[in-house]
Design a protein around this ligand. Structure first.
Ligand SMILES: NC(=O)c1ccc[n+]([C@@H]2O[C@H](COP(=O)([O-])OP(=O)(O)OC[C@H]3O[C@@H](n4cnc5c(N)ncnc54)[C@H](OP(=O)(O)O)[C@@H]3O)[C@@H](O)[C@H]2O)c1
Length: 490
């Protein structure tokens, strides 16, 4: 005999918001606590009828489910189990949403029918009713609360109307490769989002040393003269293109992406780059931290495998990436040594967890590091050529030189024989390869916001400039006068 489970609830959020989450057939590992990891098979879209989600539960069970119907007008979807290690047979479920009275609250109805092996009817009915549906209602509430989506009764949410037209904006472009004076503000347009794209009214734009390399013309394939630099920003979604799941007009978001163009008041970008921001993370904080914080995360946790006792040397320790690295590495138990160019920067680096600070303007640090800690297991080097010989001298046997950037000038090729004497390794990573999948981007961003909330990292000082004065911002960054992060306000 077929078993039937029916549950319903009211969610204090507009139906569009709840539906934006539910209609994404692969979103459940982001909000349902029992789901560990989920992926859509065969690279299909997660709102494509017929797609199969393949997921594991936290208890180790493994399930494949197929999306059978998806109705955006009726807010209804059905799906069935194709294969499972739990003994739910012929399981078909339906989710239906309905707006409640003023439309700011949502009625959610979830039901299913299934067969079970004899004697397991009650146990499996309870598991579906409580473990999946009731827990799912609570978990989705929690998820929406984190995103600031639960509304007080009567509260109305401002949602700008989507438009198919380009939106006028201000952009800062590189007129021709060269110095900061080459950055000029011009009028431009942000095109209407196409399939899979999102248009964002940007409030804060992160400035990174990478933008300087682009402006100087060091990476012409990435930025031609006339283009806008900038790899990250935060703001509010204006409108979304077809097929975008999980993002709505009015959502507060941030993004980073491998194509420059962020120095603008409005920008249209792939939705895959974009994350919704938790309410406690302000736009300026997100723009100051996202790229630099995700960089610190992959450097410490993946590439550098920094742990208790690791002797970590951080160059430009009072810089945007530097301060985050110092604090987070210290929390992981590393012994942190940093180089900075002034006493003021030394004080700031110490405040952020750098135990041994070496003040030098001419890239001579090897002797001081040897005296302080006897050598470095990992060097995070954003300086480049001027620090090259001293980096080789300071590394301990089996040490790892991570060449992160080249603020002092392009690093000349390394002779492999320079590494063999101490069995050294050398790597040249780029953050975008460490957030190449959406799951990895979301997971690293969650770790970053959690680290900020639990005090593992402290918000660095943020230097603010207007978008129009991007040239002055670059001038300061290159003159070594800044510490912490820098944002442009649009
Ligand atoms: N590969 C990646 O994934 C990735 C991601 C993010 C950043 N990065 C790199 O990480 C480094 C830090 O980036 P950031 O954006 O946080 O910048 P930042 O550290 O805030 O600014 C650069 C710092 O480099 C130091 N510096 C030394 N010599 C310099 C010179 N000749 N000109 C200018 N600065 C000089 C200065 O600190 P002192 O005055 O204290 O020496 C300066 O404050 C950069 O090399 C950047 O390209 C790489």
């Amino acid at each position: 005999m077929l078993q039937k489970v029916v549950r319903s609830t009211i969610i204090d959020a507009p139906i569009e918001r709840v539906w934006a989450v539910i209609r994404d057939f692969n979103s459940h590992d982001q909000w349902h606590a029992v789901v560990d990891q989920s992926r859509i098979e065969g690279g299909e879209r997660s709102d494509q009828v017929g797609c199969v989600r393949n997921f594991t539960l936290k208890d180790g069970n493994h399930i494949r489910e197929q999306l059978l119907t998806l109705d955006d007008r009726e807010y209804k979807s059905t799906y069935c189990i194709v294969e499972a290690t739990v003994p739910l047979q012929r399981y078909v479920a339906t989710v239906t949403l309905k707006p409640v009275t003023d439309g700011n609250r949502t009625f959610w109805h979830w039901e299913s029918t299934f067969a079970t092996p004899p004697g397991m009817e009650r146990e499996l009915r309870d598991m579906v009713a409580q473990g999946v549906y009731e827990a799912g209602f609570e978990n989705l509430r929690h998820h929406l609360r984190l995103g600031g989506d639960l509304v007080a009764p009567g509260q109305r949410r401002a949602e700008p109307l989507p438009t198919a037209l380009p939106v006028p904006c201000r952009r800062v472009i590189v007129r021709g490769y060269g110095g900061p004076e080459q950055l000029v503000a011009v009028d431009g347009e942000a095109p209407a989002p196409r399939a899979g794209e999102v248009r964002i009214r940007q409030r804060a734009i992160g400035v990174n040393f990478f933008d300087v390399y682009l402006r100087r013309g060091w990476i012409p394939p990435l930025l031609a003269a006339g283009g806008a630099p900038g790899m990250e920003a935060a703001g509010t979604v204006l409108d979304v293109g077809p097929g975008v799941v999980g993002l709505l007009p009015g959502d507060r978001v941030a993004y980073l992406g491998p194509q420059p163009g962020a120095y603008a008041s409005v920008r249209t970008v792939p939705a895959d780059w974009v994350l919704r921001l938790p309410p406690e993370v302000a736009d300026e904080t997100a723009a100051a931290l996202l790229l630099k914080g995700l960089t610190a995360h992959y450097l410490l946790h993946d590439l550098g495998r920094v742990q208790r006792g690791t002797r970590l040397l951080v160059h430009a320790a009072a810089g945007g990436v530097g301060l985050l690295l110092c604090a987070w590495a210290r929390r992981l138990g590393a012994t942190v040594v940093g180089t900075v160019s002034s006493d003021e920067k030394a004080r700031l680096a110490r405040e952020h967890g750098c135990e041994h600070v070496i003040v030098t303007r001419d890239y001579r640090f090897a002797d001081a590091v040897q005296r302080a800690v006897g050598g470095a297991d990992v060097v995070v080097d954003g300086l480049g050529d001027a620090a090259r010989e001293q980096n080789l001298a300071v590394l301990a046997p089996r040490g790892h030189w991570i060449s992160l950037g080249q603020a002092s000038g392009p690093l000349a090729p390394i002779d492999p024989d320079a590494l063999v004497a101490k069995s050294l390794s050398f790597s040249r990573p780029v953050v975008f390869d460490y957030v190449a999948t959406r799951a990895e981007l979301l997971q690293r961003a969650q770790a970053l916001w959690a680290a900020l909330a639990d005090g593992s990292i402290r918000l660095p000082p943020i230097e603010r400039h207007t978008l129009e004065s991007a040239a002055a911002a670059h001038e300061r960054l290159e003159s070594r006068r800044t510490s912490g992060a820098m944002v442009l306000l649009a």
